[in-house]
Design a protein around this ligand. Structure first.
Ligand SMILES: Nc1nc2c(ncn2[C@@H]2O[C@H](COP(=O)(O)OP(=O)(O)O)[C@@H](O)[C@H]2O)c(=O)[nH]1
Ligand SMILES: [Mg+2]
Ligand SMILES: [Zn+2]
Length: 222
């Protein structure tokens, strides 16, 4: 694609993203764009978050995948509204896909919408979906150097979950080095060290997210 066509694609996406954002605002729904590489633990984190928060607020989930509905079926077992998007080959979600998915959700009954993006550390960061919060996961198995190799996603996300900390003793992943890199690239980024396997660190994440939802709805801050 030449540069002009590419700019056209991004402009069109931005326009729809802003429309999505207005819908989220009007309905008081904090939309979280959850990004990570394949296997980092996105679906596991969505499941754990539902266990911790779905009893106290309305949560909906959009599952983005290139193919299949495996993840959506897992999430559906939690009894929350789930919409599957199959991108048919595309390696990221875009704002138009979200707009279509929103037709199938009753936004007025939701406080939080978690969007599991397609597993990919590159282009999901380039497509605004209209979300209120960009969250990403880096798992211990991927190595602590990934922010240097995929700077856009790490510098644009508001929150980073370092997942699979139960595996720290089995790898050369260095949390100190990662923290140092993040401080340089994105000093405002909030970092949680978690394990979706053992549950470690997840109550702090849930507590933080609860505050963000309340803030978005114009309630409590802090
Ligand atoms: N050891 C360990 N495995 C995990 C953890 N979180 C997820 N997994 C496993 O990692 C694999 C990929 O997880 P999944 O949630 O499907 O990742 P996704 O592709 O990013 O949605 C699965 O086998 C999970 O059971 C964790 O904290 N520790
Ligand atoms: Mg998944
Ligand atoms: Zn892509």
């Amino acid at each position: 694609m030449d540069i002009q066509i590419l700019e056209g694609v991004f402009d069109a996406n931005e326009k729809i993203a802003r429309e999505n954002e207005v819908l989220f605002r009007e309905n008081g729904v904090l939309a979280v764009n959850l990004m990570a590489s394949p296997g980092a633990g996105k679906t596991s984190l969505v499941s754990r978050t539902l266990e911790l928060l779905s009893g106290e607020m309305g949560i909906g989930v959009i599952e983005g995948d290139i193919a299949s509905s495996v993840d959506a079926e897992k999430i559906r077992s939690y009894g929350v509204p789930v919409v599957q998007i199959n991108t048919g080959g595309a390696c990221h979600l875009d704002a138009a896909m979200i707009r279509e998915a929103l037709v199938h959700l009753d936004l007025s009954s939701l406080d939080l919408l978690i969007i599991e993006n397609v597993g990919n550390l590159v282009c999901p960061a380039e497509f605004n979906l209209g979300e209120g919060l960009r969250a990403m996961i880096l798992s211990v198995a991927e190595g602590h150097d990934k922010p240097l190799k995929y700077p856009l996603m790490f510098s644009q996300s508001h929150v980073l979950l370092v997942n699979k900390v139960d595996l720290l003793g089995m790898s050369d992943f260095d949390l100190g080095t990662l923290q140092e890199t993040i401080r340089r690239m994105n000093p405002g980024m909030v970092v949680f060290e978690v394990s979706c396997r053992t549950g470690e660190g997840l109550s702090s994440w849930a507590e933080w997210l609860r505050k963000r939802v309340a803030e978005y709805r114009g309630g409590a801050t802090g």
